[in-house]
Write a protein that binds this ligand. Structure first.
Ligand code: ASP
Ligand code: MG
Length: 421
């Protein structure tokens, strides 16, 4: 059994959806679990709808929704070659779920509504694609993943209830595989025990694919992207990138952690735990080799791997009375970062000073600073970026840092991290 994940770009247009169906067909003589995201930029559009709704701009929310309805109906009509098909009732039902949220009195937190509304994107795209597979005689089943992937109620960043999900996933998927080879389901979404829909965090479909691969002991996972392979840096930022054919789980998890938007950072662990290789392949040309992410004892020679994280804020926290920042003070400070849900991207500490780099999230930072300023004096330095290079060499640093003001550097044998302006 193998797992495929197709992202929004792979099914953005009708032509691309047909291409995805082609790829599925090529592999459909083996068992295949296909995890799919919302098409194109649907998730962003749904986010706009939630914001309008939550700010009580219901007319605006409804009008944005109407645009989305028309867009999906046109897409489905063109793909199916008709607008007379049961799939259109299903689409209407899904859009009605959103309208139902609009009609209810608002009594819950934003994140709850976000998940109820934004999750519809994946339900739409998978329903349409599975109807098309059936039309071209690829035998398949559509599964509502919310019946399987159970989580806590940490909306927008839900945590998977592993045992419960594993039990159901095995039972449901294995039963379906008895009679057909292809299962289509949604990435990114799940549900709580009370059957409220949740999401796993933006770009979470990669993670969904990895979760099921782990639970079902898949032979491999393939993430189909619009690039020929993984590169050693984001080509939109770095001009001279080179492809990477093979890379270890460890290397990828570090890249993702430092901010490379290659693969959702939570994807690697479930695959690592079962040594399931992850392939990144190009849906625009399926004959290209792509990248293999796996475990190996052999030494891989990497090019310098470049990661840039923008919108960073540096906080310098200093004790007011010149007492040392030792264990108890340090855990105090950490506790406050944790309380305000600010993940530290880099730290350094000295006798009476603690320096931390975090993403610039204004509300959270303001609240943190208020708490910190009781016992510490705090300086805040905005608009920075964090530049990380693994397997660095002097020339790459010189090249990338010319005309930059370097504020802080940290290095180990393999990794150099630079905070700069
Ligand atoms: N559709 C969701 C997003 O755009 C999930 C995903 O693409 O993985 O964030
Ligand atoms: Mg997406």
């Amino acid at each position: 059994m193998n797992v495929f994940k197709f992202g929004g770009a792979s099914i953005e247009t009708v032509e691309r959806a047909k291409n995805v169906a082609n790829i599925i067909q090529d592999y459909a003589n083996n068992k295949l679990l296909v995890v799919i995201s919302a098409k194109g930029k649907t998730t962003n559009a749904l986010e706009k709808i939630v914001h309008a709704y939550f700010e009580n701009e219901i007319v605006e929310a409804q009008s944005l929704l109407n645009e989305m309805i028309v867009d999906h109906q046109q897409y489905a009509t063109e793909l199916m070659g008709t607008s007379d098909h049961p799939i259109f009732n299903k689409l209407t039902e899904l859009f009605t779920e959103i309208e139902f949220v609009f009609s209810e009195p608002q009594g819950k937190a934003f994140d709850y509504y976000y998940d109820q509304i934004v999750s519809i994107g994946e339900l739409l795209s998978t329903s349409i694609l599975q109807a098309y597979l059936e039309k071209i005689n690829i035998i398949s089943t559509w599964i509502d993943v919310r019946d399987i992937l159970k989580t806590d109620s940490n909306y927008r960043d839900a945590n998977v209830l592993w045992d419960e999900t594993e039990r159901t996933a095995k039972a449901v998927f294995e039963k379906e595989f008895e009679t057909k080879n292809v299962i289509i389901t949604q990435g990114f979404i799940g549900s709580t025990d009370e059957n409220n829909t949740v999401t796993l965090g933006r770009e979470g479909s990669d993670y969904s694919a990895a979760i099921f691969a782990n639970m079902l002991d898949a032979k491999s996972v393939t993430i189909w992207k619009d690039v020929p392979s993984l590169l050693n840096g984001d080509p939109k930022i770095f001009p001279n990138t080179v492809p990477i054919k093979e890379i270890t789980y460890h290397e990828v998890i570090e890249m993702a952690f430092y901010g490379a938007q290659v693969i959702h950072p939570k994807t690697i662990k479930p695959l690592f735990l079962k040594s399931i290789p992850l392939y990144v392949k190009c849906f625009l040309d399926k004959t290209l080799e792509g990248t293999k992410i796996f475990n190996t004892e052999e030494k891989i020679n990497y090019p310098p791997i470049l990661v840039l994280k923008q919108n960073q804020t540096l906080l310098e926290v200093q004790t007011k009375d010149y007492s040392f920042i030792t264990d108890d003070k340090l855990s105090d400070v950490y506790e406050l970062f944790h309380k305000h849900k600010l993940k530290i991207n880099l730290i350094q500490h000295a006798a009476i000073r603690f320096v931390a780099l975090v993403d610039s999230q204004k509300e959270k930072l303001d609240a943190l600073l208020q708490d910190l300023s009781i016992n510490y004096s705090v300086k805040r330095n905005e608009n920075l970026f964090l530049f990380t290079v693994r397997h660095y060499n002097p020339s790459i640093l010189e090249e990338e840092l010319k005309n930059r003001e370097v504020i802080l550097t940290q290095k180990t044998r393999q990794t150099i991290q630079i905070i700069a302006k």
